[in-house]
Design a protein around this ligand. Structure first.
Ligand code: EZ4
Ligand code: CO
Length: 415
């Protein structure tokens, strides 16, 4: 009844992933995900540093091990630390579920719903290609779609398939936006950002989408940290008539959270933020002052199931809901962890879902399901994901940093 072995894998089946495997003296194994997009090796090294500290510990004591790694590090928080702690935490929940023969959501209080409303990523370089993209998601059963659009005169824009450097295909019909493996270089690709062009373009795009599809589908949008607070306030106001489910990361308020007060004062467009926030403590002010509506953290980046459950319980008292991060850089292991927590908490909002590539899914065998626009984690004991180590070894790590943004005059800007 102790942790006997800790293995760390870095594999790149379609894109890079950091996988943790914990094995107990009884031979039970658990998986965790420490993938930190563009900085994967740093998270893997952190795991290798803490691995010897885990050996001999009782795998049942998840909370104690969490506190040991968090408080014991002395250097609290930060994306690398928290990705590593998350991986250990999820692996221990996986083990506990397997030992007891129940899915992890059962250990978290059981299912609070039959499935998780899910959104997909639609995008277009123009309205016809955007409509094709939305159609392809609606055809698959999605009831909610994220809408991203290219900008006139700007060669490539975040979130838009078919603009320069984005990739196509990936086992799905139509264009697909995903930065890997299109960007496998040691030095980041650079992109251009212009807020004026964006603010002049996007409201018309949402209007066209609402005119074509009506009010029955949920529309989401990711501003990706690119507007100033007053621009975000104005943008939120401009798009109010199109009833967005949320605007995400409208201003880079992860650091200076007071920036969101300006936005809140001016608009009722719901605010989602947090995919790069890595600790529940960084949400305390945001929640208490009700400066957000949806928590965007992924279980893999914000301390695992143990920490995120506390965060979401606190958020529940303010009717703030989940919108956990679910891009392909959250591995299938991390995605399953998101789904188990999402199914259990009372304040689930929506789940982001980008299907992983076929290559990725050959290495990770998942048991979560997608039906009629809803995801479900499945009922296998633990988190329900298996990892093919032998196949993973055939896909060595490849550097793939995220892009860097510059304004038209060359100034570096948030990507
Ligand atoms: O840029 O996952 O909402 N989704 C996103 C993602 C992030 C990447 C960064 O690793 O913003 O596309
Ligand atoms: Co985002």
């Amino acid at each position: 009844m102790a942790i006997e072995k800790v293995d760390v894998f870095v594999t790149s089946p379609g894109r890079n992933f950091v996988v943790l495997k914990i094995t107990t003296t009884d031979g039970v194994t658990g998986l965790g995900d420490a993938t930190l997009n563009g900085r994967e090796l740093a998270a893997a090294e952190y795991l290798k540093t803490i691995a010897p500290m885990l050996i001999g510990k009782n795998e049942d004591n998840i909370e104690d091990i969490w506190q040991y790694l968090y408080k014991g590090a002395y250097w609290k928080r930060g994306p690398v630390t928290m990705a590593a702690i998350s991986a250990v935490d999820v692996a221990l929940w996986d083990i506990k579920g397997k030992k007891l023969g129940v899915p992890v959501y059962d250990l978290l209080g059981g299912a609070s719903r039959t499935g998780l409303l899910t959104y997909g990523h639609a995008s277009g370089v123009d309205l016809p290609s955007l409509f094709d993209s939305i159609d392809s998601y609606l055809d698959k059963g999605f009831k909610a779609v994220r809408v991203q659009s290219a900008l006139p005169g700007i060669p490539s824009t975040y979130g838009v398939a078919g603009s320069a450097n984005a990739q196509t295909g990936n086992g799905e019909k139509g264009m697909r936006y995903d930065y890997e493996p299109a960007r496998r270089t040691e030095v980041p690709v650079e992109e251009v950002w212009d807020a004026r062009t964006y603010m002049n373009t996007l409201p018309g795009v949402f209007e066209a989408v609402r005119n074509k599809y009506g009010n029955g589908i949920a529309l989401l949008h990711d501003c990706h940290h690119r507007l100033s607070p007053i621009q975000a306030a104005r943008f939120g106001k401009m798009i109010e008539p199109y009833d967005l489910f949320w605007m995400e990361d409208c201003t880079p308020a992860e650091e200076n959270q007071e920036m969101l007060r300006v936005v809140r004062e001016h608009t009722t467009t719901p605010i989602a933020i947090g995919e790069i926030i890595n600790s529940a403590t960084d949400y305390l002010t945001l929640i208490k002052e009700q400066l957000l509506d949806y928590v965007r953290s992924a279980v893999t980046h914000t301390g695992g199931i143990t920490h995120m459950k506390k965060l979401m319980d606190y958020a529940s008292f303010y009717d703030i809901k989940s919108g956990f991060h679910g891009p392909t850089d959250v591995s299938p292991v991390g995605m399953a962890a998101n789904l188990h927590l999402g199914l259990a908490i009372p304040n689930f909002g929506i789940q982001e879902y980008m299907r992983h590539s076929d290559e990725t899914l050959e290495v990770f065998h998942t048991s979560y399901t997608f039906t009629d626009g809803m995801l479900h984690p499945g009922n296998k004991p633990g988190i329900g994901v298996e990892f093919d180590e032998k196949l993973a070894a055939k896909f060595p790590y490849q550097p793939a940093p995220l892009p860097v943004d510059r304004l038209l005059d060359g100034t570096v800007h948030e990507w």
